[in-house]
Design a protein. Structure first.
Length: 132
């Protein structure tokens, strides 16, 4: 399985509140905040002072990010691009990672499919289908 690091996911109540704090340590927005109605989130990618971050705020009460925020978590997933999404899912399943979502298109990645898988110790991995 060929993984290429893409970003570290960071749950936040309000993206606008996080940006000034991240600017202090060298981060700046890569573009505008956008909404993904499929994932029920608003997203802002930032880069600069360390690994690329995906700031994710809930876009409604049913957003999966709500549960993460209620548990007090902030940094919650590692994301990797993969050439063959279905093969990568199978490989991680062989390593006891279980899907916590079905593959679905994502606005953040030009409607390429993503999927989340979790290990027994609750490490959450996002796989992003590479461009073809």
């Amino acid at each position: 399985m060929d993984l290429h690091f893409h970003h570290l996911g960071m749950a936040c109540r309000k993206i606008a509140t996080e940006l000034p704090e991240l600017a202090i340590v060298g981060y700046s927005p890569e573009g505008p905040i956008f909404e993904d109605p499929i994932q029920q989130v608003r997203i802002q990618f930032v880069s600069g002072g360390g690994p690329r971050l995906e700031l994710i705020e809930p876009a409604g009460a049913q957003s999966p990010v709500e549960g993460i925020l209620k548990r007090g978590s902030k940094f919650y997933h590692l994301a990797y691009e993969v050439d063959r999404l279905d093969d990568a899912i199978a490989c991680l399943r062989e390593q006891q990672y279980l899907p916590v979502s079905s593959p679905a298109p994502a606005v953040a990645f030009d409607m390429r499919r993503i999927v989340f898988l979790a290990s027994a110790t609750r490490t959450l991995i996002e796989l992003i289908e590479a461009r073809t």
